[in-house]
Design a protein around this ligand. Structure first.
Ligand code: 3UK
Length: 510
């Protein structure tokens, strides 16, 4: 792909102003319930917010602006406005509490914030701990001095800051399931580079597309899939908050999107609902955030006949860098490096491993990891290669197969066992709705494989079921991998983005 960008570059102009002048002005850009903003309307809002940032909040290029709100056109406009004003956007997950916000505010030295009024309390608490945060302007039912009110006195035109392609415009914080959250910095050109790789070569997005999905815009999976990718091609995007598998199905029926972005657990729960909804508008469904089990891909495709695209991405790389589509998909494998990216698997000595050897995944491309002042930079980046925390294996045809997070590998009686492989086997059993597999300490074997299982409704969790599940795993994968312990749960701990929190099960926190 052609990934040359001019030296002076403001990504908001490329994503918005240029779309307005090149024929998309009257097209719906953002849709939310009964509300819809065309590209021209979105540009008007963005310009007004940018003027508030510059004129009323006195922010200057390089200032860091914390953003806080559920997926909504106002949040999308706020992000673009921060870029247009030459500032740095620091989006935060809606569910974060004051102590977590405080860590981000201090670490990124946040100057100001734009925040949905309903999320005010935690931010005000955080501000008491972190006085570096100056002005906060609230939006959506925020009353006096709200962002909307300040916007009213602005003209709707705004001269963008003349930023350079390598100016930082986004600090994306990792979810921080292990240790302190890390801030990944991204440039203006990175925002365009993710639009010009995965969506172009794998999704082949077009102006006719309508995007929908669950990931928060504060998570780069959602930022790309639900804002950047649609704008880059002049398509439309449906922004909704607090979606459940049921309400997402309803929204697909109502808004008739063509592309859906969500996590595997959603597809698993949506598949059984498919017969009750008309979701025939959907052409492609993208799964990321964690590995896509073969059983999940199959149940979704059997129920809907809609193509499913798996892809691994990360906050550090900004978006998806290994994926596959169409008839190049190999179920169970994530795919091959997205054109523009290179990937390899490293053995214990840090050398490229041959086919069939499990090692650490490394990736290099137009986007890549630059942590905001973090000593761990050297542990994760070497010579432009980004070392992930994932154990992968490449097959003879160059397909990348996910095995586990490196810290989730189970070693039992000398065998290396990847939890997700056992999960995949369990999910094929008709009684299993969700499951998580971890290693728990065992005197004799070092660790044993333990499965936490959520059964489908109305199925009894008894010893008989446990024996059935164990026998089922033994006959589908190498018998030594079967779960020697099985515990039944009604739900499993997950992040706001649908990732299983195995560490919580391991530490007995839940
Ligand atoms: C795991 C996957 C197997 C993997 C993300 C798409 O998830 C995203 O970013 P995070 O920083 O986490 C990254 C880690 O999540 N993972 C993600 N996708 C897959 N494992 N198969 C997959 N398809 O451990 C990775 O290292 O939260 C995903 C786009 C943008 C993102 N930020």
């Amino acid at each position: 792909p052609e990934l040359q960008y001019p030296q002076r570059l403001n990504c908001a102009i490329e994503l918005l102003d240029k779309m307005v002048t090149s024929g998309s002005a009257g097209k719906p850009a953002l849709i939310h319930r009964s509300m819809s903003w065309t590209y021209a309307e979105l540009l008007d809002k963005v310009n007004r917010i940018a003027a508030v940032l510059r004129e009323d909040m006195h922010l200057v290029p390089g200032n860091r602006v914390l953003l806080r709100g559920a997926n909504h056109p106002m949040l999308a406009a706020a992000i673009l406005a921060v870029w247009k004003a030459g500032c740095i956007a620091v989006p935060t997950m809606p569910l974060l509490r004051a102590p977590e916000l405080s860590v981000i505010i201090d670490k990124a030295q946040i100057n100001a914030a734009l925040c949905a009024a309903c999320l005010k309390d935690e931010l005000e608490l955080a501000r008491e701990q972190s006085p570096v945060l100056g002005q906060v302007v609230y939006y959506q039912d925020a009353g006096h001095d709200s962002l909307e009110q300040l916007m009213q006195s602005k003209s709707g035109s705004f001269e963008a800051t003349d930023t350079c392609a390598e100016d930082v415009c986004l600090i994306a914080f990792t979810s921080g399931t292990t240790g302190k959250p890390k801030g990944a910095m991204h440039f203006h050109r990175d925002i365009l580079a993710v639009c010009d790789t995965f969506p172009r070569s794998i999704l082949q997005s077009r102006p006719e597309d309508v995007f929908i999905g669950t990931p928060p815009l504060a998570f780069t999976f959602g930022l790309g899939g639900l804002l950047l990718f649609p704008l880059r091609v002049g398509a439309s995007t449906v922004l909704l908050e607090k979606l459940t598998p049921e309400t997402l199905m309803q929204a697909i029926e109502e808004f008739r999107p063509t592309v859906c972005f969500t996590a595997p657990t959603f597809y698993r729960q949506m598949a059984p609902l498919a017969s009750r909804h008309d979701i025939s508008s959907l052409k492609k469904t993208v799964s990321a955030g964690e590995a896509l089990p073969v059983a999940t891909r199959e149940s979704w495709q059997r129920a809907t006949d809609i193509a499913m695209v798996d892809g691994i991405g990360s906050t550090e790389m900004l978006h998806i860098f290994i994926s596959a589509s169409g008839n190049t998909i190999r179920p169970g494998a994530t795919g091959k490096p997205v054109p523009g990216y290179r990937a390899c698997v490293l053995d214990e000595d840090g050398n490229p491993a041959g086919p069939g050897v499990v090692g650490r995944l490394a990736v290099k491309g137009p986007t890549g990891c630059r942590y905001l002042s973090d000593p761990r930079q050297a542990d994760y980046v070497y010579d432009g290669w980004n070392l992930t925390g994932d154990a992968y294996e490449i097959d003879a045809d160059g397909y990348f197969w996910y095995r586990a997070r490196t810290d989730d590998m189970i070693i039992s009686a000398g065998y290396n066992i990847a939890g997700p492989e056992v999960e995949d086997a369990l999910l094929k059993h008709p009684a299993v709705a969700e499951c998580a597999v971890i290693g728990v300490p065992d005197e004799e074997r070092g660790q044993i494989v333990k499965a936490f299982v959520v059964l489908k409704q109305g199925i009894a969790s008894d010893d008989e079921m446990t024996k059935q599940l164990q026998a089922f795993v033994k006959q589908s994968i190498a018998p030594y991998k079967y779960p020697r312990a099985v515990e039944y749960r009604t739900s499993l701990p997950r992040t706001e983005t649908g990732k299983l929190q195995r560490f919580k099960l391991r530490q007995g926190i839940v």
